[in-house]
Design a protein around this ligand. Structure first.
Ligand SMILES: [Mg+2]
Length: 394
């Protein structure tokens, strides 16, 4: 089950050692670290205004029920004495780089999931760093020394179990699930802990009598597949603690974006463009800070009815500057339905590559291209492939 110490002689050898490292209340902890007046206080990092949303709440604020993704207004009602702080993304990106660099000292194979969490494939590092529990402890200590921040670590023989484990003793915990113990470890947890089971699926599973992961694990896989198709096969394997996916260490990060939930719904290209202009600067600044270039740009929209859509374009050369991102956006705007009321607009740099990677001058570097709208010579020069979003990293 959840052990803070691996058994002296594990019955089953570790086929892989996968760690999931998750910073504790990351944005809020960075703010508390940098501002002594916030230490020990309920801090809520997020947007303000009528449609502001909580990014991260400190543990002091969580005691009052404040959570990520909750509206700022509800957070204010739950915790009236909370201190609301605007996010400082560029600082978080810097700290994130420090954290990923620390992880890189323990293994060359790391897969960041966001600014504040990552998988580490530590298979074969036992001679250097000891068994998983000791490795986890070393990582926690190194991150604390380097950044003065705390994290939780889960260790298991696969990604899914490691990620579930890291979440069970937050903040600051280490949970190791030894090989062979996965199924027993997962059994008492609710079905929402299965990847791919959102609120709607959970409702359906509950109606069919499945409450705990144990209920799924005890069911015949063929029957689950007949009832739920591919999802049935997927959750049947997860519930038994099986997950073969490798650590995806191809790229440090898949996308870097900025989005804005609007005070009032907007329609039309002019309104969308004016909302996106400051976000473009933010994304460009984030790319420069992270020393990355984008080979793709994605426009994200959420309509008043909460339906989401996105349009993505691939660029002939990776870019980092505001003018190139603006030009790419101008190619995306005509491809989206902007006539319906929208409540959120966003922009993401995708297909990221290190800025140091060799590159040729971008077509977007030519200023006249950046201003081109509608069919024109600048436009015809772009060998872009636009397409609807089909990347769902996870
Ligand atoms: Mg976290």
């Amino acid at each position: 089950m959840t052990t803070s110490r691996p058994p002296r002689s594990a019955a089953v050898p570790w086929s892989r050692v996968v760690l999931h490292v998750d910073m504790d209340a990351f944005y809020a902890s960075v703010e508390q670290r940098d501002r002594p007046d916030l230490q020990g206080k309920p801090v809520v990092v997020g947007g303000t205004g009528r449609r502001g949303v909580v990014s991260t709440a400190s543990y002091e604020a969580r005691k009052f029920g404040v959570k990520s993704a909750m509206s700022t207004m509800l957070a204010q009602r739950l915790c009236p004495h909370a201190i609301f702080v605007r996010p400082r993304m560029s600082v978080y990106v810097e700290v994130s780089k420090q954290i990923m660099a620390v992880l890189g000292r323990f293994s060359p194979s790391i897969e960041p999931l966001s600014v504040d969490e990552a998988f580490v494939d530590a298979t074969g590092t036992e001679d250097l760093f000891g068994p998983p529990v000791e490795l986890a402890w070393r990582i926690q200590r190194a991150i604390r020394e380097e950044t003065a921040l705390s994290c939780a670590v889960g260790a298991a023989a696969n990604k899914y179990v490691a990620k579930v484990a890291s979440d069970l003793k937050k903040p600051g915990g280490i949970v190791v699930v030894a090989p062979g113990e996965e199924r027993a470890f997962l059994a008492p947890l609710p079905i929402e802990r299965l990847w791919g089971v959102g609120p709607r699926t959970a409702e359906r599973l509950r109606a069919d009598g499945f409450d705990l992961i144990a209920d799924i694990a005890a069911s015949d896989p063929g029957e689950l597949q007949r009832r739920y198709g591919a999802l049935g096969t997927h959750i049947s394997a997860l519930a038994r603690g099986q997950d073969d996916r490798p650590i995806d260490d191809d790229h440090q990060r898949k996308s870097l974006g900025a989005e804005r939930t609007l005070e009032h719904d907007i329609t039309g290209v002019a309104a969308v463009r004016s909302q996106l202009v400051p976000l473009i600067d933010e994304v460009a600044a984030g790319l420069r800070k992270a020393e990355l270039r984008a080979s793709g740009v994605r426009l994200k929209l959420k309509y008043a009815d909460f339906r989401r859509t996105s349009r993505e374009i691939l660029l002939p050369e990776p870019v980092q500057d505001t003018a190139s991102l603006t030009a790419a956006l101008e190619h995306l705007l005509p491809r989206a339905d902007l006539s319906r009321p929208m409540r959120l607009v966003g922009l993401a740099a995708t297909h990221l590559v290190p800025a140091s990677a060799p590159r040729q001058a971008s077509l977007f570097d030519q200023p006249q291209t950046a201003k081109t709208r509608g069919p024109g010579p600048g436009r015809r020069r772009h060998p872009h492939q636009a397409r609807a979003q089909r990347h769902h990293p996870r």
